[in-house]
Write a protein that binds this ligand. Structure first.
Ligand code: UD1
Ligand code: CA
Length: 447
């Protein structure tokens, strides 16, 4: 059956105390909204509608960056969750199939759970995702009658008997889209909060003779984020899952609790990750690589057999072919490093192509920026760049060419040549001894 996602993300998130809309705060380097979209993506939705309000432009941009086909529905006033869903009606015009309502601030719903809800829809008109709460607090309570979900009562409106129910509403609801909008039309706002409650559709559906049921999930999946403290808790949970997944995928983490992953990190089998490594977004590492301690990687690709770090920094566009070595205090940005090349110590390589087996000496810098434009450096295969070479881009060093240590290379170096670009050395016989004698004599006089 075709599915449409409606993701509610209009709320202000007052308790975040932030200029950034709540759903754009990051977990594993991605906005929490994107996590919700990723869960929903498992249902291969025909349409995705994000209901935005506070910070709608920024929310729209983030949603489109993940999936350009995302539609945005504006909810200018936050009158309640039913009112929010109603704003998606126009975007779903002509759509036939199921609608699933998710919250943009609830990032951990598992795709399997949504699939179970879709399956339950085959036998029930309305399906609600519920959970047994350890501390039910202010959650809406799911009131069962025989084997049917009879209604949902919000905490504020619940009797003390209803408040003693521990089966709670996660907020995720599935129903046929046309049915959903019809039910929402019947929702009023005469309740303790004066809001249009989406949860009211269950009682309304049951009174119309429709069926409703609950799919249960683990409480951890329904974790919602309202404060910075909860955000940090969600990050910790995300990292714990990512570490466990990496380990079961055959990755060695020497000290797992010190390694931080992004939402899209991909790491191959038998790769070893030493302590205190941080993966920003967009990193893939093939099998059998070693990422040594204290390295920071983002937007890069590392091939089989590479050794990176300790203390390496790989920035967006760093592309390492097989068996490349990148050592300590080396920064690489937007550069292709071909097979077996080595950049072992204290270097900056940016906007460059480095040929296979080239050796880049300690302290080499590609001077890629003239203050206005960025320029490219090309280094040939088997080239040898002497220590402390400044490569003033645009410039190229040919295959099997060399540069002398300390050179400032401003012109292209042909294949096989040695370029030396530094002052010639001048030794002055005995000069050091005479100079010292003079200086010490001056000091003795108390000058
Ligand atoms: C809601 C449920 C409650 C459930 C709880 C789970 C209702 C009436 N209550 O309560 O049963 O236990 O979630 O966390 O649905 N939003 C909008 N526009 C609005 C109102 C809300 O986009 O006008 C968005 C919020 O940004 C948020 C989500 O909907 O992402 C939930 O809204 P919130 O006000 O947090 O609902 P709760 O009171 O927590
Ligand atoms: Ca909430």
């Amino acid at each position: 059956m075709a599915t449409a996602l409606i993701i509610l993300a209009a709320g202000m998130g007052t308790r975040m105390n932030s200029d950034t809309p709540k759903v754009l705060h990051l977990i594993g380097g991605a906005p929490m909204l994107v996590h919700a979209m990723k869960s929903g993506a498992a249902l291969e939705p025909a349409r995705t509608v994000v209901v935005a309000g506070h910070g709608a432009q920024a929310v729209e941009k983030a949603a489109a960056a993940y999936d350009p086909a995302t539609m945005i529905a504006l909810q200018t006033e936050q009158l309640g969750t039913a009112h929010a869903v109603a704003q998606a009606r126009q975007a779903l015009e002509g759509f036939e199939g199921d609608a699933i309502v998710l919250y943009g601030d609830t990032p951990f719903i598992r795709p399997e759970t949504l699939a179970a809800m879709s399956a339950a829809r085959l036998t029930h008109d309305v399906v609600v995702l519920g959970f047994e709460a350890a501390d039910p607090g202010r959650y809406g309570r799911l009131i069962m009658k025989a084997d049917q979900l009879d209604r949902i009562v919000e905490f504020k409106d619940a009797t003390s008997e209803e408040r003693s129910v521990t089966l709670c509403n996660s907020g995720v609801i599935a129903a046929d889209a046309a049915t959903l909008f019809k039910l929402i039309d019947a929702v009023g706002n005469e309740n303790a909060a004066g809001e249009y409650y989406l949860t009211d559709i269950v009682g309304i559906a049951r009174k119309q003779g429709l069926t409703a049921t609950v799919v249960r999930c683990d409480e951890a999946e329904t974790l919602g984020i309202n404060s910075r403290t909860e955000l940090a808790g969600a990050e910790a949970l995300f990292q714990a899952c990512a570490r466990a997944t990496a380990q079961s995928d055959g990755v060695t983490l020497t000290a797992p609790e010190t390694v931080f992953f992004a939402h899209d990190t991909v790491i191959g089998r038998d790769t070893i990750i030493e302590p205190n490594v941080v993966f920003g977004p967009g990193v893939s590492v093939e099998s059998g690589a070693t990422i040594r301690a204290f390295s920071h990687l983002e937007g890069c690709h590392i091939s089989r057999g590479c050794v990176v770090g300790p203390y390496a920094r790989l920035r967006p566009g760093a592309e390492l072919a097989e068996n490349v070595k990148v050592g300590n205090f080396v920064e690489i940005k937007n550069a292709q490093i071909d097979e077996g090349a080595k950049v072992n110590h204290l270097s900056y390589v940016g906007d460059a192509d480095i040929g296979a087996r080239a050796n880049i000496g300690a302290g080499t810098i590609t001077c890629n920026y003239d203050g206005v434009f960025k320029h490219k450096t090309t280094i040939g295969t088997d080239a040898f760049i002497g220590s402390n070479t400044m490569l003033v881009a645009p410039v190229s060093v040919g295959d099997a060419a060399m540069t002398g240590s300390g050179s400032v290379i401003t012109r292209d170096v042909p294949d096989g040549d040695l370029a030396v670009a530094r002052a010639r050395q001048d030794n002055r016989a005995g000069f050091a001894v005479r100079l010292f004698e003079k200086l010490r004599a001056k000091k003795a006089k108390g000058a």
